[in-house]
Write a protein that binds this ligand. Structure first.
Ligand code: NAD
Ligand code: TYD
Length: 360
């Protein structure tokens, strides 16, 4: 009999790679990683598992119906977990087309392939099958200070091409459950941080710029608030949603760690001052530079994760203070991984997004 397995998509990205590693170290089933290896997909993030007999890799696009259908027929997974996406808001502002293509059209093709596979399964196997779609709190739009955090009932109000394309994919997933009965689960999580995050996102970008003595760019007034979730806690929540979540339901996952961007950056600077003081002995905070704001910049995100806590028994293990310290240490201890990602493509992106941004 073939070994029990799940398929994850986007497993070479930041959250996917953390998930694959956590899965291999905690679960008996094998995991097949289907990834297109865009600029954000990095096989070096999977070195620790690549020789493990419970891990396999398939190079494909979630939008390639034939390739996905073939893999499903060969491997007969008990679940598909969809992490694959274009994920960076600033890139979606410069070029929204890829976001619509992967996040919306790609998810549609993936759902079609999964529907074909699932509908041919024996009834009892089909009932236990899960399609878990990983989404974001950004689909709910922007909160003002004092507003109650997002719940699963908050109406969708996406503001960026990124969040609009994710919202569209969430609606498709919902419709495939409602119309075809596909056993789907959607998770909407807040901003993740931790090991293996590509340094286009705030936290790794600040760590690496500081170590290189470069300006630390803060958009607008620095008072935009995000609810920071340690990636390992997120992966635990996804595993619990797979085993305990009810088909057709959505679950919010948040770190309970609301912080203004300026406070996040100052915290990183202080940890670096302690662990790796600058040669100049100047505090890293002296590198902070306020720059032109992101167009349409959402002011605040915050998650109410009561449902995940009540139904899945999930709670984050890390506070922001413990998680950010671990994260800074990881980037200090993994300079080989860092060197591998700050490539020509990365430098081109940094020039495109920051060189024309006036300091304010
Ligand atoms: P990431 O950008 O680091 O990685 C995305 C991965 O998907 C990469 O490995 C890439 O190669 C792959 N990919 C992209 N397009 C693909 C395609 N068409 N077919 C197959 N593979 C493709 O993203 P991440 O930060 O790990 O995010 C994972 C998921 O979590 C995304 O769906 C994202 O929307 C969601 N999410 C992320 C955050 C966060 O803070 N990072 C927060 C909320 C939700
Ligand atoms: P980011 O990590 O891109 O995640 P998201 O946009 O999905 O929340 O950004 C987190 C916050 O940091 C967001 O409010 C934008 C801000 N930010 C900066 O101030 N400077 C930067 O260089 C970047 C990349 C983000």
């Amino acid at each position: 009999m073939a070994q029990t397995c799940i398929i994850v998509t986007g497993g070479a990205g930041f959250i996917g790679a953390n998930f694959v590693q956590q899965w291999i170290s905690t679960e008996p089933a094998a995991v097949i990683n289907l990834d297109k290896l865009t600029y954000a997909g990095n096989p070096a993030s999977l070195r620790a598992v690549e020789a493990n007999p419970n891990y396999a890799f398939t190079h494909a696009d979630i939008g390639d119906f034939a390739a996905v259908s073939r893999l499903l027929a060969q491997r007969k997974p008990v679940a598909v977990v969809n992490f694959a996406a274009e994920s960076h808001v600033d890139r979606s502002i410069h070029g929204p087309g890829e976001f619509v293509q992967t996040n919306l059209v790609g998810t549609f093709q993936l759902l079609e392939a999964v529907r074909g596979y699932w509908s041919a399964l024996p009834a009892d196997v089909g009932r236990r099958f899960r399609f878990l779609h990983v989404s974001t709190d950004e689909v709910y739009g922007s909160l003002q200070p004092g507003d109650a955090p997002f719940t699963e009932q908050t109406p969708y109000a996406p503001n960026s091409p990124y969040s609009a394309s994710k919202a569209g994919s969430d609606h498709l997933v919902r419709a495939y459950h409602h119309t075809y009965g596909l056993p789907t689960i959607t998770t909407n999580c807040s901003n993740n941080y931790g090991p293996y995050q590509f340094p286009e996102k705030l936290i790794p970008l600040i760590i690496l710029n500081a170590l290189a003595g470069k300006p630390l760019p803060i958009y607008g007034d620095g008072l935009n608030v995000r609810d920071w979730l340690y990636v390992g806690d997120h992966c635990t929540a996804v595993r619990l949603a797979l085993s305990k979540g009810r088909p057709g339901e959505t679950y919010n996952i948040g770190g309970n760690n609301e912080r203004a961007n300026i406070d996040v950056v100052r915290t990183i600077c202080r940890i670096l001052d302690e662990l790796r003081p600058a040669d100049s002995r100047k505090p890293y905070e002296s590198l902070i530079t306020f720059v032109a704001d992101r167009p349409g910049h959402d002011r605040r995100y915050a998650i109410d994760a009561t449902k995940s806590s009540d139904e899945l028994g999930w709670k984050p293990a890390e506070t922001f203070e413990s998680g950010i310290r671990k994260t800074v240490r990881w980037y200090l201890d993994n300079s080989d991984w860092v060197q591998g990602v700050v490539s020509g493509e990365y430098r081109k992106w940094m020039a495109k997004n920051y060189d024309t941004r006036e300091a304010t």
